[in-house]
Design a protein. Structure first.
Ligand code: BTN
Length: 261
């Protein structure tokens, strides 16, 4: 089980002051995102963190289930109050960049982001992010950033999910989850504050360094159509750009896969 006092010790002083009383650890929950979305409706604080050792109803994007066995993975959600006036496109992409930077730094593995915010190592998914929004009765808006990292999945689950991987498969048997949590809390807090204040343009320039799809042939599936083309990065709004028949088409939401995988 993760140790709360060590997580707090690893936080920079200013972040510890803001979050120390707001971090909750559970042996089991339905979903850490669900927990924070519900608590947002009654909370009087602007931030919060929830971590569970296992989830009975872990969820991914597009109504998919997120496998959440107990053991040593990470199921983590962070709640941040966001003014109604801010658009949230940049926030979603920035959380992917932040997680990618942290995983690269801690593992030295070549982690990349698949738009909008799936994390890949050697073309297999290592982590996923689900961002959801709650509005409390006073009309205040909260963002919940939910992160699942596959640190050591049971072999039976890896066999069921051929497109997934975990850190253990890349030789990381000892992995400091408390340090990962401390870095996430701190870096997410700082980057989201900076995006809310100044927009995400400085991160837009960073995107290329982490972009798994850049110049790859991809399939793009929207609610009512499928496309194939070459990925050409993201627009300043965070939309995916895809070249098709010599023209660039933009997507604000879609499911994407690499056509050669
Ligand atoms: C995806 O890739 O589809 C997103 C997966 C997000 C999973 C995390 S685990 C912690 C948090 N709680 C949930 O129920 N989902 C997110």
């Amino acid at each position: 089980m993760l140790k709360l006092d060590r997580i707090v010790k690893l936080l920079p002083a200013q972040i510890a002051e803001k979050y120390a009383e707001q971090i909750e650890l559970f042996a089991e929950l339905d979903s850490t995102n669900e927990y924070l979305l519900n608590s947002a409706k009654t909370t009087t604080v602007a931030t919060g963190v929830c971590i569970a050792e296992t989830q009975t109803a872990g969820r991914g994007r597009n109504n998919k289930k997120w496998q959440s066995p107990p053991g040593s993975n990470l199921y983590f959600s962070q709640l941040i109050q966001v003014p109604q006036k801010n658009t949230l496109n940049g926030v979603t992409l920035v959380s992917g960049i932040i997680l990618c930077q942290i995983l690269r730094e801690m593992t030295e593995l070549p982690c990349l982001v698949k738009w909008p915010n799936d994390l890949y190592i050697a073309n297999k998914k290592i982590a996923g992010i689900l961002t959801e929004v709650a509005v409390d009765p006073k009309g205040q808006r909260f963002l919940v950033i939910g992160i699942g990292v596959n640190i050591a999945l049971p072999q039976s689950i890896l066999a069921e999910l051929p497109s997934a991987t975990d850190l253990a498969s890349h030789g990381l048997i000892e992995f400091d989850r408390e340090l990962l949590v401390a870095k996430l809390i701190s870096n997410i807090d700082q980057s989201i504050s900076s995006v809310l204040q100044d927009g995400w343009l400085s991160y837009h320039q960073l995107w290329q360094q982490y972009d798994l799809l850049l110049d790859q042939s991809i399939f793009v599936k929207t609610a009512n159509q499928s496309y194939q083309g070459i990925a050409k990065g993201v627009t300043p709004e965070g939309y995916l750009q895809v070249e098709m028949n010599g023209e660039i088409k933009q997507f604000s939401a879609a499911e994407v896969s690499i056509s050669t995988l």
